[in-house]
Design a binder for this molecule. Sequence first.
Ligand code: GUN
Length: 273
Amino acid sequence: MILDGKAVSNKILENLKNKIEENNIKANLVVILVGDNPASQVYVRNKKLTAEKIGIKSTVIELPVTTTEEELLNIIRALNNDDKVTGILVQLPLPTHIDKNKVVQVISPKKDVDGFSPENVGKLAIGLEPYYYPATPQGILMLLDEYNIPLEGVDALVIGRSNIVGRPMAQMLLKRNATVTIAHSYTKNLEEKIKTADIVVSAVGHKVVRCKMVNKNSVIVDVGIFRDSNGKLTGDVDFAVVSPSVKYITPVPGGVGPMTIASLMYNASKVYH
Ligand code: GUN
């Protein structure tokens, strides 16, 4: 069965729109884009358009690739101090001369809608409630919850250990009482681990999940999105071959991508003062 991220995302956005209107929520999201990465430009435009559609004010600050780290940090500091700004998102990746770790340390945790700041990451790691959970793993859990897929006590395999997806996904699954394994480029016997997992979340950016590795009760969540050698958008999972052999699977596109946007909008609609 397909986990329809597009449909669930639309439903969440519709509910958020109503909530924002009914409660007169004054959310104001500032998205910072440094440089001219074409994929980032598309993502940023999408975030702004979606925010505006549901009643969240959104401004994009476009900065040239020559922006220095200090200039960027100063812009963030000014936004931290601006009471009218309720959310700050710095689109990644950043140009190589800017250290993203410095950037996430400067964003105020109460405006850190990505959930990447050390305070939010640390709270998640010690079992406290962060101001915001990272959008992609939070969106994945929203999708699994929508289909009533149980997490308690299940064997969950997270493939990839990025700060954006893998690590927070593992923490959030642990918080939901899953038994979590994190696999990465040094992991042995990955095929066997995929085969025996109840839930597989793959976030590596190349084809790692193929037919013979899965089982008929598997839930497969594909976070990967890239273009194959024919220029076609694809994910980490060989969808055509794997989908008939598992219980649930997310498509690419139309699975995790739209859920990430809905989840980010959920974060952006949360206002702390
Ligand atoms: N680039 C890819 N994914 C993300 C994300 O979740 N947040 C930000 N800020 N940049 C990204």
